[in-house]
Design a binder for this molecule. Structure first.
Ligand SMILES: [Zn+2]
Length: 548
């Protein structure tokens, strides 16, 4: 099969060989004596489907960390890795314990701002990260701080001249570049880390604010209010910290845009006009109103787990390429009528399944690569990338020996594509490896379609990047392979988007998984290059990340 690419006619007698010939992708991938081509071809949609269906089944109860759903998921993953012949990645264990704190704010709360009584989940949402059974915000002075950005490299500080100690800061979502893409600061529509809510709460905490409230808007946030309401209510998880998060703002919250407009009107201001001012220059303004809210908080500590499995390298087994995917999702909501289970089929049974089929592919290679291929299937991504954060801060493989990270999250169920979307394009020379493999599939690389949504900061590879390990996150793009796929894609995309973090994110028999197969083959090859080489991928010099 490895030579039949020379002439299609030579291959015709053999149907098996024919399929290989039609796939121009695998022409010359070395080493020729290896079974790489066979293994590459063996990555199939049936295996993907099997894993996705099981992980996203009702039996797994939405895979919420620390629940029975976690136990079932861990058992399944560990068993799969064992069967493939993988070694435990953490001493003699396939698990890395991650100590989480689970906090649940009592939904019986009202936030008062000026004359406005804002209703929980309808007009606002609030919670605390502090290990306290009750936090009280009482008549705290409200200050609008624009985008809440303090970025010396852009000479931009929305907190300039302010002392926000004890005060409540109101912050716009995304960064100033989103509304002012022509401006010379930030990166236009491409979101920087300053646009992420995580950053906004971190900065407000550094400034000493008592509370930080972000104004939700669908476009710049890239998701609707229901996503905020769902993901910020019920149990919230954090990593256990020594000081009980005493250095965080007491109250972290969100307002709907309607609530914000009312509040600004009460302050005699027009929200839209204030927003305009905040996009061109650093901006803040006292609103002359006070905010009050009491968050009754119950919390408990519990242990969740990352799964880690290794296929030791033949020559330099201490050097690891780490593939990551998150196994967790949102669990179930027993207060809901009808379907209560957030199955998380797309998010992220697809990525976990991709990891499993790729792991299986590496195990089937006749020639063992030089370096180790390690699969890290992390917990608590949905609660703020916690499993990967814990791993990156407590690495089992020293970061200096971690060649790179390749992440798989919410893989495309929209069929095969001609393009490969790189999330956060232009960051590292891993894209050179990716481009080479993509070309052999007849595909080309593009910047993802929504760089404004900041997806590079929204999945687990970000925690590797933060620690300086080059990290790649790429998947099927937007140009369907043919007409039929285009039609299917149009129909399915509406459902997939509409079901983001909803109970309807469940496995569908009509899903075309050939796009994931294509991406699994692509990333398998990229990874194979890396574990077969002595090279150390590097960040581009313009990247905000560099090896430490
Ligand atoms: Zn998610």
């Amino acid at each position: 099969m490895k030579t039949c690419h020379t002439l299609l006619a030579l291959c015709l007698p053999l149907t098996l060989a024919l399929s290989a010939c039609q796939d121009k992708t695998i022409e010359a991938k070395p080493p020729v004596e290896d079974n790489f081509v066979d293994v590459y071809q063996s990555i199939n949609t049936d295996d993907l489907k099997k894993h996705i269906k099981i992980l996203a089944s009702d039996e797994f109860e939405g895979r919420l960390p620390t629940t029975v759903g976690e136990q079932k998921t861990l058992d399944y993953l560990v068993n799969e890795f064992k069967q493939m012949g993988y070694a435990p990645g953490n001493g003699d264990s396939f698990l890395q314990p991650v100590e989480l704190i689970e906090m649940t704010a009592d939904p019986d709360m009202t936030m008062t701002i000026g004359e406005n009584e804002l209703v929980y989940k309808e007009g606002m949402i609030a919670s605390t990260s502090r290990e306290q059974s009750k936090v009280e915000l009482k008549d705290s002075e409200l200050v609008f701080v624009g985008y809440g950005v303090n970025a010396p490299e852009y000479d931009w500080n929305d907190y300039q001249g302010l002392d926000v100690k004890g005060k409540t800061v109101v912050i716009l979502v995304n960064d100033p570049g989103f509304e002012n893409p022509e401006g010379d600061k930030f990166q236009g529509k491409t979101m920087t880390y300053y646009g992420r809510w995580t950053y906004k709460y971190e900065e407000a905490s550094r400034q000493g604010a008592e509370a930080a409230i972000i104004v939700h808007e669908t476009k710049p946030a890239s998701y609707g209010w229901s996503v905020v309401a769902n993901s910020w209510s019920g149990p919230q998880y954090g990593l256990v910290s020594k000081n009980g998060n005493a250095d965080r703002v007491a109250v972290e919250g969100w307002l709907t845009i309607e609530s914000a407009q009312k509040v600004f009107a009460d302050a005699g201001l027009d929200f839209i006009a204030e927003k305009q001012k905040a996009k061109t220059a650093p901006y803040n303004k006292h609103l002359g109103l006070n905010a009050s809210v009491t968050v009754n908080n119950s919390f408990k500590k519990s242990i969740s787990h990352n799964v880690i499995a290794t296929l030791p390298g033949a020559e330099t087994p201490d050097e690891h390429l780490i593939f990551s995917a998150h196994w967790d999702h949102l669990g179930k909501d027993e207060t809901k009528d009808g379907d209560q289970i957030y199955n998380g089929a797309h998010d992220n049974a697809t990525g976990t399944a991709t990891a499993l089929v790729m792991a299986n592919a590496y195990a089937k290679l006749n020639i063992k690569p030089k370096r180790s291929a390690t699969f890290l299937i992390v917990t608590a991504e949905e609660q703020g990338l916690l499993g990967s954060k814990y791993y990156a801060e407590h690495p089992i493989v020293p970061l200096a020996k971690t060649v790179a990270n390749i992440n798989m999250d919410a893989m495309s169920v929209l069929g095969k594509t001609k393009d490969v979307a790189v999330i956060g394009m232009g960051k590292s020379d891993l894209e050179t490896n990716l481009e080479k493999a993509a070309k052999r599939q007849g595909r080309y690389l593009v910047q993802e379609g929504t760089p404004g949504a900041g997806y590079y900061y929204r999945s687990d590879h970000f925690n590797f990047a933060k620690q300086g390990v080059p990290a790649l996150y790429a998947k099927g793009g937007e140009e369907p392979i043919d007409e039929a796929t285009a039609k299917y894609r149009k129909r399915t995309n509406v459902i997939v988007r509409g079901c983001y973090h909803q109970v309807c994110d469940q496995f569908r028999e009509n899903w075309d998984l050939s796009g994931i197969q294509q991406d699994a083959q692509l990333l398998f090859e990229v990874g194979h290059d890396l574990v077969s080489s002595n090279d150390w991928p590097k960040w581009n010099t313009t990247s905000e990340f560099q090896r430490k």
